[in-house]
Structures are given as structure tokens and as C-alpha cells.
Design a protein around this ligand. Sequence first.
Ligand code: SF4
Ligand code: MG
Length: 326
Amino acid sequence: TELVKVENLNIHFKKNKKETMAAVRDVNFHILAGETLAVVGESGCGKSVTALSIMKLISPNDGFVEGQIRLGDTDLNKLTEKQMRDVRGNEISMIFQEPMTSLNPVHKIGDQISEVLKIHHATPKKRLKQESIDMLKKVGIPRADKIVDEYPHQLSGGMRQRVMIAMAMACRPRLLIADEPTTALDVTIQAQILDLMNDLKETMNTSILMITHDLGVVAEVADRVVVMYYGQIVEEADVMTLFKSPKHPYTVGLLNSIPNIHAEEDERLEPINGNVPNVGAVKQGCPFRFRCNFAMAKCGEENPPIFKHGEQGVRCWLYEEGGAIG
Ligand code: SF4
Ligand code: MG
């Protein structure tokens, strides 16, 4: 069953009093219960704001969001801020890259988890400490009975991220949004955290929306993948298909830029030249054409729609019916 359904999502940011710029355009996706959807792209592609819009965390002072966002049977757009606060942390939790910014430095780890347990499960006072310890054990924290009385700065980055996940899972959310949760961590710890998220998904049937620029992370956790570029989805596919037969020239470029551990030492990486254009900079045509080796005249005139090839979708003129490849 579909847990999350996002339709025709458009996010406009205010440039000045009169003008707005579209940071996200015509985004459609769904997430099944117990599934991990990865949203991948370079910084500035709109993946983080997409996540924030699901949480309804884009301030009206900054911009506005159009489109439908459903969580189960609930149309999130119809909820008041008060109802939405209930959804956040109860049904949707979020973890970020830098856990230090979301943990309160002056409170003990155990007290911070207890707070979540108190609010969401009305856990009786005398059981709070033991349940906090149990949560810490669940996320693989050693000596949990000691850590529960420590402060965030006494823990390593990897341990802090585990605590964040413990807090995020303590309310047993239906959806966990993770925005670059392992980017600041070293590779070994990163692998452990990703394993942990996979375990929690399996045991608690949580859906995960994983925001990342790292295709290694995608390979580790995703069931399906959405690739974003300049505020749009440019490719969508299940994870196997994406790695085996990527179609969009941008996806192909991203995959080619992964360091290959089997490559000869002098074999060079092929990073994609250039950057994502600034929001609002491209007035017409395919926004990837400035970096694309296949750009044709048509690409400068018209932005392609998404062409479906089975379950795979690709926003590129090469793949239109009768196009160069489609
Ligand atoms: Fe390249 Fe044209 Fe496809 Fe855009 S539409 S990715 S410019 S070939
Ligand atoms: Mg980001």
C-alpha cells in the first residue's frame, strides 16, 4: 500500500516582494509502506526542500508550496499547524546530517529520549529510564545504561547519529525522512548506520525517504530511486534497474563518477562538468543541456516530459517514442 503520495508538487521561493522562483517543479512520487525511496542529486537540486515540504516546514515567509501531499488517508495540506505538529514526530520523523544541531547540549541523552517517550507513548515516569536504555540498545549503542546519563558532547559523531535515530524511532513513525544522515561520518560508521536503518525498516515496517547525493548510500538502502536535477525528477526506477541500465544522461554521468575500486590506478573518473544552474536561471529547454553530451536543437527549445519505459521514467528527448533511443 502507498503510504506517501506526492502529486504535482511545486515549491516557489520568494526572490523579492514581487518575484518568486520555482525551486521544485512538477514532482510526483509515492512511497510504499516498509519501502525506502532514495531521492538523489547534487546539492541545489531541490531534494532537501522536497523533504521539508512533506513536513510542512517551509515557512510562508520564504515561499509557498503547491500540490498534494498525502500520508495514508490524510491530505497534509488540509491540516492546521497544530495538527501538523502532531504528525511531525508522531507519524513522520526526520534526521539530519549533523545530529549535534538537533540534540540539546544541556540535557542528558536519556532525558531527551524520555521526553519523546513521554509525549508519544505516555510512558509512565518510573519506566522512562529503562525504556530509554532499551531504545539505545536497539540502535546498537554499547554500555547503554551508562550512555543514558551522558551529554551529547561526550559521544562520537556516529554515536550521536544513533541517538538521533533512537529518538526518531521512539515515536514509531510511519515515515522516517533522512537527509544525508551519514555524510558527516566515516565509512565504517556510515555502513553501520545504514544497516541499522535497514533493520529498523524491516522490524518496524517504517517507510524511509532517504535524501542523498551519494550513490553508495542509494545502493545500500534504496528499493526505488528518484533522481532530481534542477528541481525536477529526471529519472525514476527501482534500484536494480537504475544501476544496471540508467537512461538519463545525468544519471549515467553520476554513475560514471563513482570511484570504481576495481579500476586501474590511472583510470580516471569522469565527473560531470559544471554545476546545477541556480534556481530560476534556466528560462526554457532541458536544464541539463549545458552539461549534456547528447544535447540536440530540440533540447534548447522545450523541456522534455517524463517518458515511461515500463516502470522506469526518464525526462529526456532521447527516450521519447521514436527518439534516438526510445
Ligand atoms: Fe541531454 Fe537533451 Fe536529454 Fe536534456 S533532453 S538530457 S539535453 S539529450
Ligand atoms: Mg541538502
